[in-house]
Structure formats: C-alpha cells, structure tokens
Write a new protein. Structure first.
Ligand code: CMC
Length: 434
C-alpha cells in the first residue's frame, strides 16, 4: 500500500512523521507503528475508539450514514436477494457465487453437518440447566480435540476444511444445546434440507412426528443469519483475531469469539432487550413507557434502553430496519400481529427518537431492538438468542481469521499500557509489615 500523505507529530521537543493511508472508502489511517521507536511514547485508546487494528476487505460500516456493506454489497440487497449460504460464500471468497459454485458450496457444507458421536456424549458433562452459551463455549472449543487432521493454520486447505466444518456444525451444536436443555433427544441433521430448514428441524423436530416446515419462518431465520453474519472489527471479531494472532487453532479462536459475544453489551443485548420489554409489559405496558425512558436517561438508575445505541452507528442501524420488517412478517404468519411487545417496542422507539437525550447522543435502535421479538415468535427461547447470533457470526469470524492469517503484516496482537501502579519498591520482610 502506498501512503497518500503524511502526518506530523511534535512531542517532547521531537518531531516525527507518519505515513497516512487511505482505504477504498472510509476514514484515512495514520500509521503509528514507528511512534514508540521515534518518540518513546505510546498512544492511549481504551476501547479502541480511534484505532484501526488491521486492514480488511470484508465488511464496511459507515456509522454516520447507517450503511453496512459485505464485500461492497449493501446489506439490504443481500438480505432481499440472497440466502445465508450465498452470503457465507461471499464473505469467505470475496465474490458472490455463480450457480455451480453455489451448488458445490451448499453440497460441501451439508456433508459436514454431523458431529462425532463422542462430541454428542460431551453434552452429558454439563448440567441440564446450564446457559446454552456456556455449553457452546465448551463444545465448540472441544472441536479442536476432534479434528487434529486440519489444525495446521499455515495450510490453506486445512483452513478451508475447518471453515466448512465450523459453518456446518454450528447449527447442529446450537440445536443440541437446546435439546439437551429441554431433555429431548438430539435430532440428527438431514442433508436434503437447506441450511436453515435443517436447523429448524433439528431445533423443533421430535422423533415422534414429522416436522412441518414453514417457508415464512425459515426465510425469517435465514435473514437473521444474514444480518448477523459479519460486522467488521467488533469485540468478538477482534477477540477471534487476537486469539488467532498467537497461532491458536480456528476452533479455539471461534470458542473465544463465542465467549466474548455472550456479554450483554454485545451479543447478549437481544436477550436483555426482550427481557426489558417483558419487564415493562409486566409493570403496566404502554402506560409505563414514559417512566422507563426517564430511568434510561438517569445515569444513577443503572438502567439503559437495551437495543439502543451503538459504538459505530450514529444513525439508524440498517439491520434494525430489516429486522423490523421481518418481525411484522413473522408476527402476521403466527397470528400475533397484536403482540403487545411489538407495540411497546414501537412506542419506546418513537419516544426515544424524539427525545433530546437520545437525539443529542445519536442513540438509535440497533439490530437487537427487534431481533428478540422475532426470535420469540419463531419459538426460540430467550436463552438461545445469543447462540443463534454465534451460529450466524461464525462465518464472519472465520473470514476475518483467515484474512488475518493470510496477511503478511500480521503480528501477534500485543497492546501496550499506561502504567499507573506503584513505582519500583522493595519487599518489606513479613515481620516488619504493618
Ligand atoms: N440507553 C441510555 N443511554 C445510553 C445508551 C442506552 N442504550 N447507550 C448509550 N447511552 C449513553 C451513555 O450513557 C453515554 O452518555 P454520556 O455521554 O452522557 O455519558 C452516551 O450515550 C454514549 O454512550 P457510550 O456508552 O459511551 O457509547 P459506547 O459506544 O461506548 O457504547 C453500546 C455502545 C452499544 C455499548 C451502548 O450504546 C449500550 O450499552 N447500548 C445498550 C446495549 C446494546 O443494545 N448493545 C447492542 C449493540 S449492537 C449489537 C452488536 O453489534 O453486538
């Protein structure tokens, strides 16, 4: 990459120059890799508010304009014209597949959907009432104990087969986590079915009767997967990249991404957003919206409007619009058009979008504001929401991990710090300590 200019920094009587690079779109970056060598100072950026940790060709977000592109394609077009596996192919390979490529990709993914029987037995070691995300972290991490044949991360073929295994097995593992929790038998994958119908059957089918597919519900879940497939350098993706930077195997890296995703400020937010709506409904519903908004604005209340605000989007999250559309379709299909939680969500959204607190801080609905309502209507229990998110995001994590491993500029991730602890001091013998 050739620099497009330079930036000059004066500090402690020294002046240093740094190359400036421009991306295809989006802000320029100042390359400060030689800052410490040149000036003896570090940058300080907790939460990475102004730090580009890598260069990437996969996903682009314009948070001010509310734009999300996968490999250059707007999320709205992908969500309307493509299925999830098409989007997986795009994220992994950089281009949309033609018919032959798509057929081959689908075929290969479906050939990896089963898990080793011994992995199925691993579930017995978890308490039945464990949170399914706790099970996911353990079981996905354990995959590396089953696939010693593909753990050489320097070998592109190993990386490719690991990618197929992860994309194919995640739905099976998510459904198993649910079935285990329910005390129902695991339902084996059926490869004649597409990715999403197969998952729905593994989740909701029982051996005692045939599972009846519903196209509207399948399409809704497929869209949820597309909307969550990647989101550039978010917390869990950065976790995957950081874990992978040490040379850790892909199964271990994806398990670390799942662990990070679980947090309520990230993937756990849809669970928290739905719970918030249920709580408000219990306390009086629409009549209590004003009171709740007041609490959300009060820093001392410890209450936030969950599903609102985003580190990058300072405008309406484009995924939230698509999710709202899908929510209406699913509620109509299941005969719940008058769902009080939808009404509540829309009332909260309306007030927040007009309230100076939210407007001045550019807090808009994010993807999680509606995804809980739609998943509940699909029959997915709240505790499984983040598992569905991890199933969708797995492809993004792998694409990003693969890009990092192939990047000649890749180094082990090793941030520095501003040390504020005690300066060097001597140990006082125990007898003399106060
Ligand atoms: N409700 C009330 N106030 C809020 C909210 C909210 N949901 N979000 C941010 N604020 C306030 C915050 O208190 C701060 O106010 P002030 O400037 O007066 O101190 C200001 O808005 C800026 O917030 P911030 O916490 O500095 O922003 P951030 O970029 O660090 O945090 C966030 C982003 C998503 C963690 C935060 O908005 C939040 O906690 N939202 C609720 C949880 C949520 O919905 N998370 C899902 C994110 S989208 C899914 C994903 O991509 O993983």
């Amino acid at each position: 990459m050739d620099p497009k200019g330079k930036a000059t920094l004066s500090y402690a009587g020294k002046t240093a120059e740094f190359p400036v690079y421009g991306g295809t779109i989006g802000p320029d970056v100042i390359d400060i890799r030689k800052l410490y060598g040149g000036t003896g100072a570090f940058t300080y950026d907790p939460g990475f508010l102004s730090t580009a940790s890598c260069s990437s060709k996969i996903t682009y977000i314009d948070g001010d304009e509310g734009v999300l592109l996968y490999r250059g394609y707007p999320i709205e077009q992908l969500a309307t014209n493509c299925d999830f596996l098409e989007v997986c192919y795009l994220l992994l390979n950089g281009e949309l597949p033609n018919k032959d490529q798509k057929d081959k990709f689908d075929y290969t993914v479906t050939r990896h959907t089963m898990v080793h029987e011994q992995l199925a037995r691993l579930f017995q070691g978890f308490r039945r009432d464990s949170h399914p995300m706790a099970v996911m972290v353990g079981v996905v991490g354990a995959l590396s104990a089953f696939y010693h044949d593909s753990l050489d991360i320097t070998n592109p073929e190993h990386r490719e087969i690991s990618a197929y295994r992860l994309i194919a097995k995640l739905p099976t593992i998510v459904a198993m986590a649910y079935k285990y929790n329910m005390g129902q038998p695991f339902i084996y994958p059926k490869n004649a079915l597409g990715y999403t119908p197969n998952f729905m059957r593994m989740m909701f089918g029982v051996p005692a009767e045939d599972y009846k597919q519903n196209d509207v519900l399948n399409r809704a879940l497929d869209r949820i997967l597309i909307l969550h497939a990647d989101h550039e350098q978010n917390a869990s993706t950065s976790t995957v990249r950081l874990a992978g930077s040490s040379g850790a195997n892909p199964f271990a890296c994806i398990a670390s991404g799942i662990a990070c995703l679980w947090g309520p400020a990230h993937g756990g937010a849809n669970e928290a957003a739905l719970q918030m709506l249920i709580d408000i409904e219990k306390e009086g519903g629409l009549a209590k919206v004003g009171e709740f908004i007041k609490k959300a604005k009060d820093k001392n209340s410890g209450v936030k409007l969950m599903g609102f605000g985003h580190r990058v989007y300072k405008n309406y999250d484009p995924r939230a619009k698509l999710m709202q559309e899908t929510t209406r379709e699913v509620l109509a299909e299941v005969g719940a058009e008058n769902d009080p939680l939808l009404k509540l969500a829309m009332a909260l959204e309306k007030i927040a979008l007009e309230d100076d607190y939210f407007v001045s801080r550019k807090l808009y609905p994010n993807v999680d504001f509606y995804s809980g309502i739609v998943q509940r209507a699909l029959g997915i229990p709240t505790s499984m929401f983040t598992c569905i998110f991890s199933m969708a995001r797995t492809v993004g994590w792998i694409a990003q991990w693969n890009e990092m491993i192939s990047d000649p500029e890749q180094k082990i991730g090793r941030p520095r710090q501003l040390y504020t602890g005690a300066a060097k001091r001597d140990v006082t013998p125990m007898a003399k300590r106060k």
